[in-house]
Design a protein around this ligand. Structure first.
Ligand code: ADP
Ligand code: MG
Length: 281
């Protein structure tokens, strides 16, 4: 799609059941961002139109593309969150793994939608998916603890941890590694990507930060986002040519009357990943 006349990116969400054999659910959504002032000044035209009542985008007059959801130029950030994301966070409390992948060309609006452009000041209503998800996650934790107390049962305990990786020129960088030397990019990192017998992908050697509050997680996200490799391009000065993967692990423990029944999910279950790809977030 011509970047100057109807810039759009795709958000793919995936919900994976913790129970073996149950199918995963995929959703694919397309968001079209409004024209930037520069594009208006240059007289660029909008070449996309959304078919009323259908999740379909028309490119020009005759090329139609259908998705699970389509968000036209004037869609608010909150609507994107409630339509595509809210259920994923609720699913994490039920033991599901959820992944959100944003992809599209530079300038298409991935960073804006994901909400990791911390170098600009944005209003609360412009907040993107990840800050909203973090707030949802922590309010969900509080809600569940309150509900248990009001029912007179032991409140569940939650452990939240986060990882933030960047893929840059096929190198994996750990954005939470405070000892990381920016000049040592060419050296091989200790991070390894593996696949287990069931086909699940996991990493080793990645810094995992234990998080105790919503503010702390936002600070970690901010710090990682700012330490990302950035390379300005003509299209978008905030852009980078890297891919970022932000992962939150949620561990829920319920105390039972019989100690042998206490169960804790493995650190990687359930979890959420946000993968703005390719380009940047
Ligand atoms: P990408 O990360 O895909 O390269 P950005 O998210 O940086 O693109 O978006 C490019 C520009 O467009 C930024 O200035 C951003 O603020 C603006 N933008 C993107 N999406 C929207 C939107 N839905 N509403 C208003 N401005 C947007
Ligand atoms: Mg970006």
């Amino acid at each position: 799609m011509d970047q100057r006349t109807g810039c759009a990116h795709i958000l793919r969400t995936r919900l994976v059941s913790p129970k073996a054999g149950l199918p995963s659910a995929f959703f694919s959504s397309r968001r079209i961002r409004p024209q930037l002032p520069k594009e208006k000044i240059e007289g660029c035209h909008i070449c996309t139109s959304v078919t009323p009542g259908e999740p379909q985008v028309l490119l020009g007059k005759d090329k139609a593309f259908t998705y699970d959801f389509v968000f036209d130029l004037d869609t608010w950030q909150e609507r994107i969150y409630t339509t595509c994301m809210g259920k994923l966070i609720e699913g994490c409390f039920e033991g599901y793994n959820a992944t959100v992948l944003a992809y599209g060309q530079t300038g298409a609006g991935k960073t804006y939608t994901m909400g990791t452009g911390f170098d600009m000041s944005i209003s609360e209503e412009e907040q993107g998916i990840i800050p909203r998800a973090i707030s949802h996650l922590f309010s969900g934790i509080e809600e569940r603890k309150r509900a248990a107390r009001s029912q007179g049962v032991a409140a569940p305990e939650f452990k939240v941890s986060a990882q933030f990786l960047e893929l840059y020129n096929e190198e994996i960088l750990d954005l939470f590694d405070s000892t990381r030397d920016p000049d040592a990019r060419h050296r091989k990192s200790n991070i390894k990507i593996h696949e287990d017998a069931s086909g699940s992908i996991y990493t080793t050697g990645v810094t995992s930060r234990l998080i105790s509050s919503q503010d702390e997680l936002i600070q970690c996200l901010k710090q990682g986002a700012l330490s990302r490799t950035t390379a300005s391009t003509q299209m978008n000065v905030q852009s980078s040519r890297s891919h970022a993967i932000f992962t939150i692990h949620l561990c829920q423990t319920r105390v039972c009357a019989r100690p042998e029944l206490v169960r804790c999910a493995p650190a990687s279950w359930p979890g959420c990943s946000w993968v703005p790809y390719p380009g940047d977030a």
